[in-house]
Design a protein around this ligand. Structure first.
Ligand SMILES: *Cc1c(COP(=O)(O)O)cnc(C)c1O
Length: 822
């Protein structure tokens, strides 16, 4: 793309404030972290509940970005760049995308539905790619932000588009329709429940149909419900001439009628009737969702007039779709970003941004296969790829494939291999260590073999952490704060068991004001990981004072003795104004200055310039329990009195803070200048209503190692504590009390979740394994098992074990691998 900003002024109804020079941009960014931001970038500053991108504008100008769409110009950036000032920058992004879309005239497939959008999109891309240069939404970019970003990536070389649209409320689809304007509409599975945000299933379907206002054909699974919604949609919009192209398992009047469906090994053979012919089709899956998604693809291919033999040849090669980028721990302290199922230019850009945001090691490596279907000549394409890789400051490139190898001179620091097998043969000599490795390749290169080689070998149990949910929860609590109130987030105990450094990085991105850790060591490892936010240490031991100072950590001081010890070391180092935090005991009776020690504290600090009181804090004992409402108020009153006394006698004006998560929810009047968010960030609330608004962060997962059937009368496990009353099918899961699963959760007290069904734990939980009763379900070795997450929740487990979610979360042992994704 090359767009003159001046042309955008009427499109965005913007006010232009900037230099009077002609300005062309060639791409759009909304992510301040992207290393791809540069002089040709149009940066659209979104400001939502998430993160106000306007805050990053000064940094971006320094990095060379010159063109911005903004809602306001930050004070210190005036006169330093071109600004298009708009009322609402999300609208502007959408208007721009709609305008840009109209510059192209090739067919566009628009997908919507409740399930299967991304899979159908990826499969159609695979099925149609031999014949078209396709632009498609990357991953599941189907939201109000994702759709415009996807559309903006169209270029002159494309001749088919496939975009998905997802909505969560009424009226959203109209916006997306104007951006995608699909000519071919596909409605995937619509689910049986209406989601929050819709009053009924009909309303949800009708809203989704809005995507097809301009579509010449609508492809869907026939049912009374959808037919009814379609009829009123067509009538309301006077679209009776639209072609409807439907399929069904049961209704013979559908255009494609499925006569038979038969599983065989890992495949399903279906027989369908279409235009008086009867055809067989093999789909390499067994589950019903995949079959439905496969049939949606079949209809699109029929609409494109492919013959049955070509359809059969291509569809039998369909593959499972990996929908998200995952970070995994690799060998020799590497981390791996696994994107081993796709290679196209647009998704490479996204993956490189992800690499930058997740980069845990100083050094970055990209393993890249040949890139297909870009539409560009190879010469052009690999020049662009090389440039992108340079912009992203990638330290080494490993190219695999004949084509990429032949352009090796375009890359600096590149090693090239003709085939994946050649790479594997040289694996040892490449010495992978201490680097973050992005693995990105077209399917035919089978890069999953490379992932297997690079992945750290541990057992199959992982704790999956959803970084998006953490952002969501952070924003939920931020929204409760009065303006100017700062946010400290507690990442002690390895981020409540969820992973310290990765979460701290995300929080730094979200510009929280402070991090809190329990011990100096925790703060030191955050500093070693590159975290620059101020860090308060709750429980500094005096032996750790020198390293606290060395790593610029800020100690909480809770006694005169501790204060004197810190002052001694600080004076030896000639420190001035070193920030410390004064903890007051207002009733918790754990750590802190009591009322009768305040005078001594004041005397010690008066006239002292070695340290500076950065904040004064106290901690509530019962903020989660309204039965103790009065007690909380007494703590707050005492905090007010003691902190005021310190402030007036020492003539200081520090930050004051007393609220933890449930304090934020229950005592909004006591926010002072800062709050300390803990468990809420990790998705847990003690209030069932509030819990509904939080997103689950951690999912503890494992797999089935073995399945056996035992006769009535046999026992399971140590101590024979489970006796089978009847023939029983038992599955063994490789997770035990050494991983942090309490033994009290065994013996039919607790359960695990297999394919959304409860499998009760039978017998005693062992050190490294536990056994469950799966008599009632269809499962096999290798199937995935959820120990906790959405279901059961940690709260449910904690209640059953008469403890609190904090203990369950922080008990998960460090040998359980943490996998982060967004
Ligand atoms: C852990 C901790 C918090 C956070 O508590 P949550 O209940 O998890 O929000 C706040 N303040 C102090 C002093 C803490 O130790």
């Amino acid at each position: 793309m090359s767009i003159d900003l001046k042309n955008l002024i009427p499109v965005l109804q913007a006010e232009w404030i900037g230099f009077n020079t002609a300005t062309f941009v060639d791409h759009v960014s909304i992510d301040s972290r992207s290393l791809q931001n540069g002089s040709k970038t149009l940066f659209i500053a979104l400001s939502g509940v998430n993160n106000d991108a306007h805050l990053y504008i000064p940094e971006l100008i320094e990095k060379g970005v010159q063109n911005f769409v903004v809602q306001y110009i930050p004070e210190n950036s005036k006169g330093k760049a071109n600004f298009l000032v708009v009322k609402n920058s999300l609208n502007a992004l959408q208007q721009f995308a709609a305008y840009y879309r109209d510059l192209f005239h090739f067919p566009i497939i628009g997908l919507t539905g409740s399930n299967g959008k991304t899979i159908v999109k990826e499969w159609l891309n695979f099925l149609l790619s031999p014949d078209y240069n396709i632009i498609r939404s990357p991953k599941s970019y189907n939201s109000q932000v994702g759709v415009p970003l996807s559309v903006i990536a169209i270029n002159e070389k494309h001749n088919l588009g496939i975009f998905e649209a997802g909505i969560s409320m009424v009226n959203e689809m109209t916006h997306l329709e104007q951006i995608i304007k699909p000519n071919i509409g596909v409605l995937t599975n619509i689910g049986s429940a209406h989601d929050e945000g819709f009053q009924s299933l009909e309303q949800k379907i009708s809203e989704k149909l809005q995507l097809f206002k301009r579509a010449a054909v609508i492809i869907y699974q026939k049912s009374e419900l959808v037919d009814g919604c379609l009829a009123s949609f067509l009538k309301e919009n006077q679209l009776q001439d639209r072609v409807l192209f439907s399929w069904s398992f049961t209704d013979k009047t559908a255009d494609v009628f499925i006569l038979k469906k038969e599983s065989k090994n890992d495949k399903t053979i279906i027989q369908y009737q279409y235009q008086n012919g009867i055809f067989d089709l093999e789909i390499p899956f067994q589950d019903s969702a995949s079959i439905e998604n496969g049939i949606s693809c079949l209809l699109v291919l029929l609409y494109f007039k492919y013959d049955a033999a070509t359809i059969q040849n291509r569809m039998q090669l369909l593959y499972p779709v990996e929908m998200r980028l995952e970070v995994k721990n690799g060998i020799n302290n590497c981390s791996i970003i696994d994107d081993s199922y796709s290679s196209d230019f647009q998704s490479l850009k996204i993956a490189l941004d992800f690499l930058e945001s997740q980069n845990k090691n100083a050094s970055k490596t990209v393993i890249l296969s040949d890139i297909f279907q870009s539409g560009f000549s190879n010469e052009e394409l690999y020049s662009k790829v090389a440039q992108l890789i340079t912009d992203n400051k990638v330290n080494r490139v490993i190219g695999i494939g004949n084509t990429i190898s032949s352009f090796s001179d375009k890359f600096s620091n590149a090693v090239m291999f003709q085939t994946t097998a050649d790479f594997i043969a040289s694996f040892e000599s490449l010495n992978f260590a201490n680097e973050t490795i992005l693995i990105k390749g077209a399917r035919s290169f089978q890069f999953e073999e490379i992932v297997t080689l690079l992945e750290e070998k541990t057992h199959e149990t992982i704790l999956e952490i959803n970084l998006n949910s953490i952002s969501h929860n952070l924003n939920f609590f931020k929204a409760k704060l009065a303006s100017q109130v700062k946010m400290m987030v507690m990442v002690k105990a390895f981020g409540y068991g969820n992973g310290g450094l990765e979460i701290a990085k995300l929080l730094e991105y979200h510009k929280v004001d402070y991090l809190g850790v329990a011990f100096a060591d925790e703060g030191i490892s955050l500093r070693n990981g590159g975290i620059q936010l101020p860090i308060m240490v709750l429980n500094p031991e005096s032996t750790s004072f020198p390293s606290i100072i060395q790593y610029q950590l800020e100690p909480e001081i809770y006694s005169v003795k501790g204060l004197n010890a810190f002052l001694k070391i600080a004076r030896e180092k000639n420190l001035k104004d070193y920030p410390i935090h004064i903890k007051l005991d207002t009733g918790m009776h754990r750590l802190g200055f009591e009322e009768n020690t305040i005078d001594e504290l004041i005397a010690t600090l008066k006239g002292n310039s070695t340290v500076r009181i950065q904040s004064i804090l106290s901690h509530l004992a019962t903020s989660d329990d309204m039965n103790h409402y009065e007690f909380v108020l007494s703590q707050v009153r005492l905090f007010e009195r003691l902190s005021s006394k310190l402030m007036s006698e020492l003539d200081i004006n520090p930050i004051r803070h007393i609220l933890n998560t449930s304090g934020i929810s229950n005592f909004p009047d006591a926010q002072y200048n800062m709050v300390r968010l803990g468990i809420g960030l990790y998705g847990v609330s003690n209030d069932p209503l509030e819990q509904k608004y939080l997103e689950n962060v951690g999912t503890l997962k494992s797999i089935i190692s073995q399945v056996r059937t035992i006769p009535a009368g046999d026992s399971v496990g140590y101590g024979r504590r489970f006796m089978a009353q009847k023939e029983t099918k038992i599955a063994t899961i490789p997770i035990g009390y050494a991983d942090g699963i309490s033994r009290l959760w065994g013996n039919q007290v607790g359960y695990v979740n297999i394919k959304n069904q409860k499998a009760p734990i039978v017998g005693s939980i062992c050190m490294d394994m536990l056994m469950v009763d799966v008599s009632e379900m269809d499962c096999k070795e290798g199937d995935s098992v959820v120990i906790f997450g959405e279901n059961p929740t940690v709260t449910e487990i904690a209640d059953a074990l008469k403890t609190i979610p904090y203990e369950i979360l922080t008990s998960i042992s460090q040998r359980v691998k943490r996998v982060f994704f967004r």
